[in-house]
Design a protein around this ligand. Structure first.
Ligand SMILES: [Zn+2]
Length: 130
């Protein structure tokens, strides 16, 4: 399906513009396509939790091992929402948790926030529903 396009001018920081150009070249596409994909991804991520709903997805957190007990206690505190858990170690020596989460969206927002407060280097929720 061909979508209607709207043209308007925007200003990007020069390093961002270079990255857009470079990625477009590597992917064999144009800058507009890259910017469209980036904006769609950003908006989907930001809009996901604007409407409360029953939600499920995967939360990936990565952190220094010294923060392990803090993370463990937070996971234990929210065990009703966490249905499955995979723990592994990266080659850089970080602990990584892949948490399958199924709960009301507010609870997932709370879990993500608490993980960020625990000092995670990476904390990313990926919804697994439309
Ligand atoms: Zn959701």
């Amino acid at each position: 399906m061909k979508r209607c396009k709207v043209r308007f001018g925007i200003s990007l920081e020069s390093d961002l513009a270079s990255d857009v150009e470079r990625l477009a070249s590597v992917m064999g596409t144009n800058r507009s396509h890259i910017v469209n994909m980036a904006v769609r991804s950003f908006l989907d991520e930001k809009f996901h939790f604007t409407a409360p709903h029953e939600c499920e997805g995967v939360l990936v957190v990565s952190y220094e091992p010294r923060r392990g007990s803090l993370i463990d206690s937070e996971i234990e505190r929210r065990k009703e929402a966490i249905r499955s858990r995979l723990h592994l170690h990266t080659t850089e020596g970080l602990c990584t948790e892949v948490l399958y989460v199924k709960a009301y969206s507010d609870e997932i927002v709370g879990l993500e926030s608490s993980m960020n407060r625990c000092g995670c280097k990476v904390c990313k929720f990926i919804p697994l529903h439309s």
